[in-house]
Ligand binder design. Structure first.
Ligand code: GTP
Ligand code: MG
Length: 618
């Protein structure tokens, strides 16, 4: 539950206040009449401490030790108890004149080591020193709490050590500002994220079912119906809009946690924070955000069914007007549990949107597939922010690692759903239009787009033999040297584009093919763009058709997007990516698509329906 593996408590204070007696009393449960100047360091095993964390207790005696040792111990300790004697005014005065400044001087003005003020020998006095301690607590934020006890009568001895342990394991300073008497900003932020994740229907209220689930997830036990009513009654009594429509509002939720902390029940709030991945400084832990995923050579990463399901439900949760698209505020809201917006304005030109540029469910899922393929750690991290782990186990279940592509090639079949196509071509041949056409956008529409927000990626689904596959197009900028680095070569299919109206553009395709793809196993498609115009003879030793024939490539695929986008090209690219072994056959027998389509569909057990789909898409 906690990030601390052990607790180290140091006792300091003036000579004779009873430090050694306190420690020995705790251990033996009786007051020793005679004590040495300094007790040996003792370790209390985890199973006998209330918080189940091994605890070391360290004594200090100025009679036996010098300041070097004290300073070293201060640095090592997780919590410091300043002991004073309630019957000794000097020892009280020295808390503020000596000990607290001394600790600050050594650990730094804003040190985070909590301090507990312990008034010993309360058996000797009838009145309490609590009133004297209160202003000290206000002046020194590091003072967590104060407690009076007696080694002689054993009063509050175990309590004192429990407070010390708690101060370490459930640090107040991170969650509560005792001067302002309210939750820290960081804590409010964390609890707000938690509230949003738990508010499954996004109505800004935690209804009884949502509270119960929350309780179960955080505390592994349900909340009794009566307790839930009691909690709501308390909130209602204290703040006006803490309970709305018989459910907890965010305000009510935050109030409840303020109350827990004010009543010394920090552990409740901390249990909640830890269940949602926060460490002692209210940062999400690395372990929570980034569980290690192993992706072998030749393997790719895609969203699993479980991952897609989570993202779909998330979309529906935030599509408040149910129009199947996320408006900018809806999108902002969806990512409000994340430290920042993961998608920039170019995302609207990477995936399908409506005419206003709002992202559709289809486009939203495609963008997630893109991130998962290109940058899986980012998907995993964002799923954590979004609360994937609240209803699922680790984010790793949201991702499928595909098998090595080599095995796919050997077995001549693949279960992958996302394929990567690199688009190369000389300047101005129409690569961007080809990419945008993948999103069903014609030239007229592309002309209206803000050029600054154009993306070098587009992703959309394509029917391959009746099965839906994602095809990611990536426009690769080829360096002046014509070189392609390994990432630029890492694709399932290459698309070499030339412009039928510009005689100097095919040469680039031929050069790229001979240099990079001829000896690779990457299937390649030559695409002739702007075919609404008549083709001009290309300045090259062969015509494009002769070139393709010579190298057993499919014949040049013509493409136009002036008005209606010619979508054949995307189907071809996706099919070549998914079935690279049919490379030679395609060029001779286009009908082969249909035949293999039937076989695949039957093999996939999709039967007649899939066969019909194949026919309509080819
Ligand atoms: P140094 O090691 O010199 O810094 O002192 P210390 O803080 O360890 O004090 P120590 O435990 O040696 O106790 C000092 C005296 O106070 C002893 O005579 C103890 O018997 C007595 N004493 C300690 N605790 C209590 C207590 O709770 N009540 C009373 N009445 N006397 C106590
Ligand atoms: Mg001592």
């Amino acid at each position: 539950m906690t990030s601390k593996k052990e607790v180290r408590i140091l006792l300091v204070g003036d000579p004779g206040v009873g430090k050694t007696s306190l420690i020995l009393t705790l251990v033996s449960e009786e007051f020793p009449d005679e004590v040495p100047a300094k007790a040996e360091e003792i370790t209390i095993p985890a199973d006998v401490t209330p918080e189940r964390v091994p605890t070391h207790i360290v004594d200090y005696s100025s009679q036996e030790q010098d300041e070097d040792v004290l300073q070293e111990e201060l640095s090592k300790s997780n919590v410091v108890c300043i002991i004073y004697s309630v019957d000794d005014d000097d020892s009280i005065e020295r808390i503020t004149s000596y000990w607290l400044p001394y600790i600050r001087n050594h650990l730094g003005e804003d040190h985070k080591t909590p301090v507990i003020l312990v008034g010993n020998k309360c058996d000797l006095m009838d009145f309490s020193t609590e009133e004297v301690m209160r202003p000290i607590m206000n002046d020194f934020a590091e003072v967590e709490t104060c407690v009076e006890c007696s080694a002689r009568t054993l009063k509050n001895i175990s309590e004192m050590f429990y407070y010390a342990q708690k101060a370490v394991l459930h640090p107040t300073a991170a969650v509560y500002n005792s001067e302002e008497k309210e939750l820290t900003l960081q804590c409010k932020k964390a609890l707000t994220r938690i509230f949003k994740i738990c508010d499954l229907d996004n109505d800004s209220i935690l209804n009884d079912d949502e509270v119960n689930l929350f309780q179960l997830k955080c505390f592994h036990a349900p909340l009794h119906a009566q307790s839930l009513e009691d909690v709501k009654a308390i909130v209602k009594r204290n703040i006006s809009d803490g309970v709305v429509n018989n459910g907890l509002s965010l305000k009510g939720f935050l109030f409840l946690h303020t109350l827990f902390i004010q009543r010394g029940r920090h552990e409740t709030t901390w249990t909640v924070l830890r269940a949602f991945g926060y460490d002692d400084n209210l940062q999400l832990t690395k372990e929570y955000l980034s569980p290690k995923i192993h992706v072998g050579l030749g393997c790719t990463t895609e969203l699993s069914f479980q991952g897609l399901q989570f993202l779909k439900i998330l979309f529906q949760k935030y599509d408040e007007d149910n129009d199947g698209h996320l408006s900018p505020p809806e999108l902002q809201n969806l990512f409000s549990t994340c430290p920042m917006m993961p998608w920039g304005p170019d995302v609207n030109n990477t995936v399908c949107t409506n005419h206003t540029g709002w992202i559709s469910l289809h486009g939203y899922l495609a963008q997630w597939e893109l991130t998962t393929l290109l940058d899986v750690p980012r998907t995993i991290e964002y799923l954590a922010y979004l609360g994937y782990r609240y209803l699922n186990d680790s984010q790793l279940s949201a991702v499928t690692v595909t098998r090595d592509k080599k095995i796919d090639l050997e077995k001549k079949q693949t279960s992958r759903n996302v394929f990567r196509c690199h688009v190369l071509g000389a300047k101005g041949v129409g690569k961007t239009s080809l990419l945008q056409g993948h999103l069903n956008r014609n030239l007229r529409y592309v002309a209206t787009l803000n050029k600054e927000h154009l993306s070098s990626f587009t992703i959309n689904t394509v029917q391959v033999y009746g099965q839906e596959k994602y095809l990611l197009l990536h426009e690769v900028d080829v360096a002046v040297s014509d070189m392609l680095n390994p990432t630029e070569m890492n694709c399932d299919v290459a698309c070499l584009v030339y412009d039928v109206t510009n005689p100097r553009t095919f040469e680039f395709c031929a050069r790229m093919y001979l240099k990079h793809f001829l000896d690779s196993r990457i299937p390649t498609l030559v695409v002739a763009c702007k075919t609404e115009h008549p083709a001009i003879r290309q300045d090259y030793i062969m015509t494009p058709a002769q070139f393709c024939n010579k190298y057993k490539l499919p014949p040049p695929q013509s493409f136009t997007c002036i008005d209606k986008v010619n979508k054949e090209v995307y189907i071809k690219l996706a099919t070549m990516a998914a079935y690279p072994h049919v490379r030679e056959i395609i060029s001779r027998d286009e009908k082969f698509y249909l035949k293999i389509g039937l076989v695949t569909a039957l093999l996939a057990g999709l039967g007649f329906l899939a066969y019909r789909m194949t026919r309509s898409s080819s």
